[in-house]
Design a protein around this ligand. Sequence first.
Ligand code: GLU
Length: 427
Amino acid sequence: MTTVRFAPSPTGWLHLGSARTAIFNWLYARRTGGRFLLRIEDTDRVRSDVKFLEEILADLKWLGLDWDGEPIFQSRRFDFYRQKANELLEAGKAYKEGEAIIFKVEPGRTIEVEDMIHGRIMFETDNFKDQVLIKSDGSPTYNFSCVIDDASLGVTHVLRGDDHITNTPKQILFYEALDLALPRFGHMPLIMGPDGAKLSKRHGGVSVQEYKNEGFLPEALANYLILLGWTPPGGIEILPLAEAAKIFEISSMNDVQAKFDIQKLKWMNGEHIMKRTADDLLPLIKDQLQRDGFDLSAVADVYLGRLIDLYRIRIKTLREFGELADAFLKDEFAVDADSWQKYLDPPANRENVREFAARLEKLEDFRRDAIEAVCRDLARERSLKAADIIHPTRLAVSGKSKGAGLFEIMELLGKDKVILRMRGAVT
Ligand code: GLU
């Protein structure tokens, strides 16, 4: 049976590159009806932290991944690694240096790797030093524990980042020395920033957590990460994980570096936001607003639901909802200062807003059609375009020059607030 694994080290937050590795392993397991295992590489007792572990597991679940069986912890298997290292000692393939156990690398050999993504890669053992298996503090090295576990768990395909390419020939030497069956290897080109440099904070963030906090949907982030390693047939871009799992092939993974493009990710997030219903979005937007410091104690779900209906097609991240629609949620809302000046400084505009407010005051039925009729009548009487009244009014009531249609905005805000804000803006 196909068995793959994801093997995070809980020494930091889940990096986008690692999340992508996890996703591709998961896709391959689900595509082939195989197993997707989770192995926690917590051999570094000092740097490993349970807070990282918990967040990594939560992030994987958030992305929509599930794993088979319980996670395996390397920190609980030190005896097993030592036993395997002792076998190599006894066989004369390793030696001791103090408490450390070191593997003898046979010089003059060429190790060939038939990589599933890059094709054939050759390595000369003359370039390798002898390899530490067990360090003097008793902990195993990454290369050694990785091989022991991959073999004992029956891993058939090792799919990981290019940063591990040079580890692979060393690992192959251990497989041979212990007479273990080799898995197949595939190395994914790393994710780079648009400038070709290693992905970093200035490209928009490196951890899954940062994107979660910014208001990206898990299905959008997962979808985008898929495209950073594989081009689905037919150039499809919007592809949920479950769909990708039906058609994914390792052999068609990209062997060139992927460029991370935050604008493309935002576009994709917007597409996935539009696919969600307002009901679906409600709890997510509430969480986001609360994280971003909004007080929702006086905001009813029905009201928020109507607001989401108005704004969901206009936002690229959940955070943008609060930025764009803050005037509906608090009285101290952000104002787009340049537009305010442009539209609310000219005396003629101020007079129009004043008159519009006066007429709205008399309107009993404060619904969008009726509000619009008042606006259009006023424009006609004064030989103006409706836009001449709409722009300044929109700024007065919402502080923004963009957003939902003005009459919808006004209906939802309600007559009292609307008139108060219009008057406040022009007195
Ligand atoms: N713990 C290693 C890492 O996070 C795992 C590498 C591997 O998949 O073998 O990079």
